[in-house]
Unconditional design. Structure first.
Length: 364
């Protein structure tokens, strides 16, 4: 069983604290994604797990063994880097087997491990090519194969898809997901891209300024963000937020004079006069006739469309509520002109309330 545990882990660079005493338990075979904006501490955390950065405090354990003072080679981990880190003068076969050759494994064992990795990743026809003759996606598959041959306890991925174009990123997300299904090892994956995090992770660890803000499944973070940072970072488009004030236990007065009911999950947890942010996703503001028909509390609003973003099967519609630009979504779209007034349906039972001062979610 290869669990990875971080207990009160700290990283200082001189007087600057990059990681603030974080705690995290990753289960055997779990695919965990560390995500957050640049400078949040996610790559530093991964590098501490790998042994490429010393830790300034706390404890890291892999498979129940404390590894604080162990060099990377003794941690039985494999790391896949953003820049592939392939040897340009070696063939794919030589690149795949190099770490085993350095470890003085016999030729038969190396050949078996290399062929096995090549089979998993579909590299059999590329074995005699050198990296210069490979596409970006093929190079990344070789980098993953080189990690597989060592049969590590844990795979570490440091923004492996950042150098690929949009189409290749989508393809490689599928490859990485298939890899995890086949090998079943623990994977810790770092990215700044919330779409990668949402599509790949069993659990997401969202970081900000060296702290862990929220840990949960992708749907946990999407449906129940703990604060406005999570609400606007996870999900595309980001959650709409409108300033308001609690008028009474049942009503929120929005900045432009519009009143909305307090969502059921926040009733009993707001106080009269409290400054709040009223939040909802584009999926919960849709024009009639182009919306998901569900039971629940609704409000119909006549809104003027200011901008459209056609995406094929859906169109993002920009409009204004209470003086704030918001985004809605049109399913089975038709052409919409800027300035056109549509009747939108706001799904009130899917809305959120956040305290304006602390930015924390208000819910039971």
């Amino acid at each position: 069983m290869t669990e990875v545990t971080l207990s009160k882990v700290v990283k200082n660079y001189g007087k600057h604290r990059a990681v603030h005493g974080i705690d995290l338990a990753i289960q055997d075979g779990e695919f965990v994604v560390l995500v957050g904006p640049s400078g949040c501490g996610k790559s530093t955390t991964l590098r501490m797990i790998a042994g490429l950065e010393d830790i300034s405090g706390g404890e890291i354990a892999i498979g129940g063994r404390v590894v604080n003072d162990l060099p990377p080679r003794d941690r039985n981990i494999s790391m896949v880097f953003q820049n592939y880190a392939l040897y340009p003068h070696m063939t794919v076969r030589e690149n795949l087997g190099f770490s085993l050759k350095i470890a003085k494994k016999d030729e038969a064992e190396i050949a078996k491990a290399v062929d096995e990795a090549a089979g998993i990743l579909g590299l059999a026809e590329l074995m005699d090519r050198k990296p210069a003759a490979l596409s970006g996606g093929q190079r990344q598959r070789v980098a993953m194969g080189r990690a597989i041959v060592r049969h590590p306890d844990v795979f570490l991925f440091d923004e492996p898809l950042s150098n690929l174009d949009a189409k290749l990123r989508t393809q490689m997300r599928v490859e990485i997901k298939k890899l995890h299904q086949k090998v079943g090892n623990t994977i810790i994956y770092v990215t700044h891209d919330q779409i990668e995090a949402m599509t790949l992770a069993d659990r997401i660890v969202l970081m900000q300024d060296g702290y862990i803000v929220q840990v949960g499944t992708p749907l946990d973070l999407f449906n129940a963000p703990v604060n406005t940072f999570v609400a606007t970072f996870i999900g595309s488009p980001p959650m709409n937020l409108i300033d308001g004030v609690v008028a009474d236990s049942n009503t929120i007065q929005l900045a432009g004079g519009l009143s909305v009911p307090v969502p059921a999950n926040a009733k009993g947890y707001v106080r009269t006069g409290q400054q709040v942010k009223f939040g909802f996703r584009a999926d919960n503001l849709m024009p009639l006739g182009h919306a998901v028909e569900e039971e629940g509390e609704r409000a119909d609003l006549d809104l003027t469309v200011t901008l459209t973003e056609p995406l094929g099967t859906e169109t993002i519609l920009f409009t204004d509520i209470a003086g704030t630009e918001v985004q809605g979504k049109m399913l089975n779209p038709r052409p919409v002109r800027p300035g056109e007034v549509l009747k939108f349906r706001l799904m009130l039972d899917k809305c959120h309330v956040f305290d304006a001062n602390s930015t924390d979610a208000i819910r039971g």
